[in-house]
Design a protein around this ligand. Structure first.
Ligand SMILES: [Mg+2]
Length: 369
């Protein structure tokens, strides 16, 4: 195919802070707002969009550190642009906000490339599937019992989700009995219609997680996420060996080598990969390959409308996290953020790129940078 070879002609970044719908907490953090940083790259008469979640300062990192190395590069050569961004941040340090900024730009470049070629991104990458299985994710420790009931019941009994996740490890793991009571309540609400997952956000010690884990196993919980800090690979492995359910982690990972180390340590049963943090589409797929080399499946973490195309192209994908907080923002800000059907997110084979358009008028009131 004869193809134009346009260059990137502009990179823009803006941050928007959206209040949560109610006070929010998990095992180790409380928050009352969530900030999305949206990047737009221009080239060849089109514009691509990508995003991440994190501090508004990410927009400044994009402008100061990444825009100068991406501008003027061939739109089609996303891998070279990624490499250039990674090299440019050597002294700034890639993990954390800088890696999140790289991810937002990289995902915007893929959107632009796919739009130039007139293809949905998952077709450009090579589709493995036409829809992405989801799990409903919420059940915050700050919810009252009625709120927990309403949310889980809505997902399972009204929307047909086959798996849902709640937060445990309340107050940094000091309320074990309450954790198990909430798990029992969740089970009572969903019955045997759906699998039950829990996320402790690193709140427990390893031995504590094994003790609580026995109760979770008895309640039929299938997925124990971050029972201890993700930094503690030895602790994760200890928990993994001490419980029947799958132990998972990985949401903060910013590099392929982070996941290689996690897999090699036999710390998890299913690494969780976040495309808005790990470096974007290419790194997401490379990490899937690393996990596959260790005979492990993978799962996508949050930001469902940015993950869906890479997830549809990913080998050994189990599911993608349908995180209440991000779903709210993405459905409010983007046209094309269509609702799931029976717990799966269908891919639109018609719309190019990520298949979403920013509704500027809806986003602008939340703009902070
Ligand atoms: Mg988590």
């Amino acid at each position: 195919m004869a193809c134009q070879d346009p260059a990137v002609t502009g990179v823009r970044a803006a941050a928007y802070t959206v209040p949560t719908d109610r006070p929010s907490a998990d095992g180790t953090l409380t928050w009352d707002s969530t900030t999305i940083v949206i990047v737009r790259v221009a080239g060849g008469g089109h514009e691509g969009i990508g995003w991440t979640y994190g501090p508004a300062a990410i927009a400044a990192i994009v402008r100061d550190k990444l825009e100068p190395v991406v501008n003027g590069r061939p739109v089609l050569d996303v891998s070279a642009a990624l490499e250039a961004m990674v090299r440019a941040v050597r002294n700034a340090g890639r993990p954390g906000a800088v890696g999140y900024a790289i991810s937002a730009v990289e995902t915007a470049l893929w959107d632009l490339k796919a739009r130039l070629l007139g293809l949905p991104l998952y077709r450009l990458l090579g589709a493995m599937r036409e829809e992405v299985p989801l799990y409903g994710s919420g059940g915050l420790t700050s919810y009252g019992d009625d709120e927990l009931r309403r949310q889980l019941s809505g997902w399972v009994h009204e929307e047909g989700f086959p798996r849902v996740k709640i937060k445990i490890g309340e107050s940094r793991g000091t309320r074990e009995r309450r954790d198990l009571e909430r798990v029992a309540l969740a089970r009572e609400v969903i019955g045997d219609r759906a699998a039950l997952f829990v996320d402790a956000n690193g709140a427990y010690t390893a031995k504590q997680a094994v003790r609580v884990g026995r109760g979770l196993d008895d309640a039929g919980v299938r997925w124990l996420e971050e029972p201890v800090s993700s930094q503690d690979l030895t602790g994760l492995r200890q928990v993994r060996e001490g419980v029947a359910m799958d132990v998972t982690a990985g949401e903060y990972g910013c590099t392929v080598s982070y996941f290689e180390e996690m897999c090699a340590a036999q710390a998890v049963d299913c690494p969780q990969i976040d495309i808005t943090r790990c470096g974007g589409v290419l790194e997401f797929l490379r990490i899937c390959a690393v996990a596959a080399a260790h005979e492990l499946d993978n799962s996508g973490h949050c930001a469902p409308y940015l993950h869906r195309h890479a997830a549809a192209a990913a080998p050994r994908l189990r599911h993608l996290e349908w995180f209440h907080d991000h779903v709210r923002i993405e459905q409010r800000f983007f046209d094309g953020a269509d609702p799931p059907e029976q717990g799966v997110l269908p891919l639109d084979g018609q719309r190019p790129g990520h298949g979403v358009e920013l509704r500027e008028a809806d986003a602008e009131p939340y703009r902070v940078a």
